[in-house]
Structure formats: structure tokens, C-alpha cells
Design a protein around this ligand. Sequence first.
Ligand SMILES: [Zn+2]
Length: 323
Amino acid sequence: MTHDIYQITLPTPYAVGDVHSYIIKNDMITLIDAGVHTKEAWEAFNQQLKTLNLQPKDIDQIVLTHHHPDHIGLVGRLDHIDKIYGHSLVHKWLTRDEEYLQLYLSFFNELYSKWGVPEHFQDIERALKYTLKFSTQSALTNVLKEGDSIPGMEGFVVMETPGHAESHISLLNKDTNEFLAGDFLLKHISSNPLLEPPLQKGEERPKPLLRYRESMKRVLKYSFSNIYPGHGEIFSDHQKLIRDRLVKQEKRAYKVLDYIRETPSTPFEVCQYLFPKHYQTQFGLTMSETVGQLDYLCSIGEIEQVTDDKLIRYTARHSLTTR
Ligand SMILES: [Zn+2]
């Protein structure tokens, strides 16, 4: 089955810059990801569709790689479409599931307090409002899971690739080895494994960096041809990219370990040490990255959590001589 893949590039108000959607022309016309909800993005979307001789109403279905606003933003503007696919968690964000959003807020409020984050950084509600501002309300019609195929996208199968987002899926074409990567693999920057609450209150939180490492290791055995990412250029040779990313991350973890060995610290203190210039302006990102490194060091037995009644600190488990 032949198909064509066309890239659509839309502006975003975020530091990451432009985001890509893709049009797959097969038996049907499928839109992969839906930009961010701004006037500029909607206009650019219509204009670029026009160069493909398409209008929004020609799109038959949408597949969403993950729930972030720069990927689901315009779904609600395409309300003639009755097939919208994505991971079950994307549905909670699209529908603005009240219970889930409450869980989200209380999760961060509780953890940030325990992690030593000063109160003026703890305005989670404002951060959440800002996120929702750039998406539209809608709903999935079909939930995607590992191994699923999608009618009208013959040859493609769904791979769950969590890490950057718990909801992240990618699409592999088994015939051509083309890989629609969303933000799972980007060439010019490493994707941030972002903190998220567990799906149910009281469950253990997901460990985004560990999930991300697993997802990356898992695809090392594939020979993707072209990789179509959510940001940056289309690329290939993901094996080298992944090996480099893993090594770089481990180096950063050992930098954190050296610091903790000197000074048992709260996650916030480690965050200030790792990102002295950026922790204030990019608090959510830098905190996620920091906690990722701490989760990694715990997972390889180098550090452990010590909790007193108010704060969580991390300490090294071995002195230098035994390493
Ligand atoms: Zn993105």
C-alpha cells in the first residue's frame, strides 16, 4: 500500500519553536497531531493545507502522538472529524477530565512541598491554566494501544513510547520502516521526560526518565528509515542518537551523584545546583529533569530517599571508596 507523508509546520508560543503535524495520504487523509490553539497556528494550518490542495474538511481522521498542547491544540477546531485516535490519557486532557485535573494539581502541590520547593514556585494552577489555554476541548473516539493498527493507515502500527509524556505513542510503518516519532525522538534537542501524576490517586508516580530510557533502548533494534519528528528536521540513524543521549544522561546523573555525596539534598536544591541559570524561568522543565536524574540514581542503587516529617532528601548509599 503506497502512501505519501506531508509535513505541516506551525508556530507555537513556546521556547521549542515550531511544531510539525503530518498529513498521511493513504485510503484516507489522516492528520498526525494538531498544532497549538492560536490564531497564527490555525491560519498557517489552513494555508499549508491549501498548498496540498486540501481544506480542513478533507481530513478524515486525526491521530495524536501525546497530550501536550502543541500537539492537540487545534483538534476542537476540526469538529467535523468523527475519528480521533490517541492514548487513553490523551482523552482525559482533551475532555479536561475534572477528576484527573484535580489529581494533577494535588499531586504537584503535595510533592513540591515535600521536595523543598519554595511557595512562590508552587503556582501549579496558573501553569495548568496556561497549558489549557493553548488547546481546545474535544474527545477521543478511539483509544490506541501497543500493536494497534488504524483503518486508513495501512502498514502502520502503534508503539507505546512513554517518557516525554505517559501518553506518548509512535507509529511505525512495517513495510517502509518510516517512523512517526512525535516528540519521542528529536534530532536537535533531547526531549524532556516530564513529571506526571499517576493515573489513580495513591498509586506510585511514573518515573519519566526511566520510562524514556526504556522506550529509547527498545527501539535500538529497529532499522527506521526516515524519522518524522514533532520538532526539528526529518532524520535517520536513530541508534547513534540514542546511544549518545543515554551516555550524556548518565554523565549528568553522576554529576548529581557527586553533589549529593557532598551534600544530601532535596530535589529543589539539586535543581538549583544543576540549573542555576534556568531553574527560575523554566521551573517545571528543570524540576522534571532533576527528579529524572534522582530516579535514575535510585534505580541503579547509588542514592536513596530519606524522609523526615516534612521534606524528602536524597543521600548517597556508598562512600567514594566502595564505588
Ligand atoms: Zn511538542
